[in-house]
Design a protein around this ligand. Structure first.
Ligand code: EAX
Length: 323
């Protein structure tokens, strides 16, 4: 073989190895299907990171709790055995108790209010609270406004909830509030919910229309009421040490990618909310669209008294009145 050919061959091989060696793979996951507001979120994030780092970082995406439940995934990110996760705040209070306040029912009037708070100083200061716990919280995304579904009866007023056995997230704020409404709460991970509803272990569950559709809960639930009883944030979490290892320029790329991902995630929630009622009726569900939310708020009065003690009325009002 000619020497020049050998040199070219060798340098190509070395160049190729250098490219391969320079690529770092990271994992991100969600607990629901890819075809969802969360799937769009992590797919967008992966694409943006790869684009912004010219392929030096590859983000592998996993769906439907294939890497573990939301709680297990947050734990893995904290430990550093997994780099990233996109999760609802369901299990978050067990890791960062300060974030609990965001899970209070009827705290946010609607998605626009919640997005403004999360994008503003309150939300941004909250992201910083994750750092001492081993996380870099990249951005707030969302699940949306949660609605009640069940197989027993149409929910029109708070009394209709009494005695229903409802699956909840593993979230102490939700559990306390729902108990206050007379619900028999059964916390469990999302991937167990379909079967639990199918087998009648629980009567119902509550989730945004986005999740109800993505998880095909219409196949195992008769009634849905647009209670919109609590805003469900979601969050892009990264292992803090993994984030700190990135160059400052790459850190910017990751943060920017999360922002672009949140835009796609929220847009899909809006689209799902716009078509959800028609879609679920088409699937045979009985949808209660209008109900007097002030009655639910009144029924929660004793619970709010507890929350005001726990979180401070001023802190709750600051969120409620945020413009
Ligand atoms: O984050 O567990 C839940 O009900 C969540 O809303 C769902 O898994 C998506």
């Amino acid at each position: 073989m000619k020497l020049s050919k050998l040199v070219i061959g060798l340098s190509l091989a070395v160049g190729f190895m250098a490219t391969v060696a320079a690529q770092t793979t990271m994992r991100i996951n969600i607990s629901i299907a890819q075809n969802s507001h969360q799937g769009v979120g992590i797919d967008t994030f992966a694409k943006e990171v790869e684009k912004g780092t010219a392929g030096r970082y590859k983000i592998q995406t996993f769906y439907s709790a294939s890497l573990g439940s939301e709680r297990e995934s947050i734990e893995a990110v904290q430990l550093g055995t997994q780099e990233l996760t996109f999760s609802s705040t369901g299990p978050v209070p067990n890791f960062v108790p300060e974030a609990k306040i965001l899970d209070i029912p009827f705290l946010f009037r609607d998605k626009a209010h919640a997005r403004a708070v999360l994008d503003g100083p309150i939300g941004q200061e909250m992201l910083a609270k994750f750092e001492p716990k081993g996380f870099k919280a990249l951005a707030w995304g969302e699940n949306g406004m949660r609605n009640m579904t069940n197989n027993k009866r149409a929910i029109n007023a708070p009394d209709d909830l009494k005695g229903l056995k409802i699956r909840t997230m593993e979230n102490p704020v939700h559990v306390a509030a729902y108990k206050g409404l007379g619900i028999v709460t059964t916390p469990m991970a999302m991937q167990e919910v379909f079967t639990a509803l199918q087998q009648g272990t629980v009567d119902g569950q509550e989730n945004p229309l986005s999740v109800i559709m993505a998880a095909k809960l219409d196949q195992v639930q008769k009634h849905v009421s647009l209670t919109g009883h609590v805003y469900s944030p979601a969050i892009f979490l990264m292992n803090k040490a993994a984030f700190d290892k990135l160059s400052p320029a790459d850190q910017k790329v990751f943060l920017e990618a999360a922002k672009v991902a949140v835009k796609a995630n929220r847009a899909r929630v809006d689209a799902d909310d716009a078509m959800g009622v028609t879609y679920l009726r088409g699937k045979g569900m009985n949808v209660v669209e209008t109900l007097d939310k002030t009655k639910f708020v009144s029924a929660l009065a004793p619970v709010y008294a507890d929350f005001e003690k726990q979180f401070g009325k001023a802190n709750m009002d600051k969120i409620r009145n945020y413009k």
